[in-house]
Design a protein around this ligand. Structure first.
Ligand code: FAD
Ligand code: NAP
Length: 385
């Protein structure tokens, strides 16, 4: 395929990729379902760098689509607007491919509140701007289907309903492979989202699409999302400290493949955390092999549920404070963090400040200034979600 053709595929024109591998990484007995996926890039001309993410356009769960059609008292053949301007299509197709059909839009909730009479008076009250938090709390875990079933007296035509929906957005996944090693493939590490709320089993759209619904003849619409701010150092001699609990491990698998392929001489230190060593040690064999080869200079794990009290990656960082400080301050290491944004990334950041304070003999303000300098020098990079 020519270089010109390489530019054919983009977010606007995604590549239809076969899903070559869908393998469970979580072992028997795990509370999680984290999987390794490989998509074929053959004939796509797509290029990616380690640190980049892959965009995936998923399709909704047909069982949920059927439930919604039934609750609307529709057949699915009704012609409705699609998400692209001027395009119309049958309701079933629009619900499968065009629209977010799980967490409800503000417009939809507002329409339910307005049309429900006495039964939705409480919902109208929750729309008071002063009660934003209460409304959010009420909506947590509720989906379109719950409102349709719980308020059968409110009627939406198929067209009205479609017009209240938001566009289904692609999901991003950190790329878990180096193209220097896998020239025709892209690897992903994905935690499949399944939970129960209000008595119903729920499914994350894209993670369950890849895990459960893509068949061998299907194609997954993908694009490369470049992340120049999350690249490993250009100079292979620069040491790197990688902190990636859970699926945050994905880009670091790619970094290590790349550092090995390019013969980079810099030291590599990986912190990985998950629930239990026995079931949740993602890519255990690969990382232990890298450690045995000496590619992984240091490898620390934190299995949070293997003992009575929680142990997290930041605990391991603090246990190694003096050496981390040496890697950063004396050796010029770069620090990378990937994974959960809400809790983990904040706590890891706090641990980094603490290490700089205690080992560098700095006040909290001086440590904060030091971290700012690291960020400015592009030596502290995060890809958190
Ligand atoms: C740059 C970037 C990189 C990423 N990399 C990865 C990666 O490598 N691996 C990975 O697995 N993910 C990654 N993600 C996250 C990924 O993009 C998706 O957000 C994730 O897979 C969930 O998508 P989904 O479509 O399966 O679920 P969705 O359909 O989006 O459902 C998730 C939503 O369900 C609701 N929800 C979830 N749990 C509950 C609950 N218990 N109770 C009530 N409601 C709940 C919440 O509203 C939540 O937002 C990344 C995100 C970004 C931005
Ligand atoms: N909707 C869902 O069902 C669901 C399920 C899992 C994750 N998620 C979300 O998906 C993303 C990635 O999840 P993931 O599966 O990759 O792994 P994760 O949930 O981030 O868990 C990975 C490891 O991090 C630990 N952890 C929890 N809190 C932490 C903290 N404050 N600091 C450091 N480590 C911490 C976990 O321990 P413990 O779990 O033992 O506390 C676990 O050992 C996150 O954004 C998460 O919020 C959603």
């Amino acid at each position: 395929m020519s270089a010109e053709a390489a530019s054919l595929y983009s977010r606007k024109n995604p590549f239809p990729a076969p899903l070559a591998v869908n393998r469970k990484l979580s072992g028997e007995g795990s509370e999680k379902d984290t999987r390794h996926f490989e998509l074929s890039l053959t004939d796509s001309g797509l290029k990616y760098e380690v640190g980049d993410s892959l965009g995936v356009f998923a399709k909704n769960d047909p069982a949920l689509v059927d439930d919604i059609i039934r609750a609307l008292h529709a057949t699915g053949d009704e012609i409705v607007p699609g998400c692209d301007a001027g395009v119309t299509k049958p309701l079933r197709e629009a619900l499968l491919t065009d629209y977010q059909i799980t967490q409800p839009s503000k417009q939809f909730v507002q329409a339910v509140a307005e049309r429900g009479g006495e039964a939705t008076a409480f919902l109208r009250e929750l729309h008071d701007p002063l009660r934003k938090g209460d409304l959010e709390e009420y909506l947590w875990g509720l989906e379109y289907i719950d409102f349709l079933i719980d308020h059968p007296s409110i009627h939406f035509t198929s067209e009205e309903f479609a017009k209240l929906l938001r566009k289904l957005q692609p999901r991003l996944y950190s790329i878990a492979s180096s193209q220097k090693v896998h020239s025709e493939a892209v690897h992903l590490t994905i935690a499949v989202v399944r939970y129960e709320s209000h008595g119903r089993a729920r499914k994350g759209v894209a993670s369950t699409y890849l895990a459960e619904r893509v068949g061998s003849d299907d194609r997954v619409s993908i694009f490369v999302h470049t992340a120049k701010g999350f690249r490993p150092p250009e100079d292979g001699n620069t040491p790197i400290i990688m902190i990636g609990p859970g699926t945050g491990i994905a880009p670091f698998r790619a970094y290590l493949q790349e550092r090995k392929a390019t013969g980079a001489k810099g030291k590599n230190w990986l912190f990985f955390g998950e629930q239990r060593a026995q079931h949740d040690f993602l890519y255990e064999d690969e990382f232990k092999q890298y450690q045995a080869e000496g590619l992984l200079t240091k490898f620390d794990t934190a299995f949070s549920r293997d003992q009575a009290h929680k142990i997290y990656v930041q605990n391991r960082m603090l246990e190694n404070a003096a050496e981390i400080w040496k890697w950063i301050d004396a050796d010029g290491a770069q620090i990378f963090v990937c994974g959960d944004a809400q809790r983990m990334a904040k706590d890891v950041d706090a641990a980094l400040h603490k290490i700089i304070e205690t080992e560098g003999g700095k006040s909290p303000e001086e440590a904060a200034a030091y971290v700012e300098e690291l960020k400015k020098a592009k030596r502290y990079k995060r890809d958190v979600y």
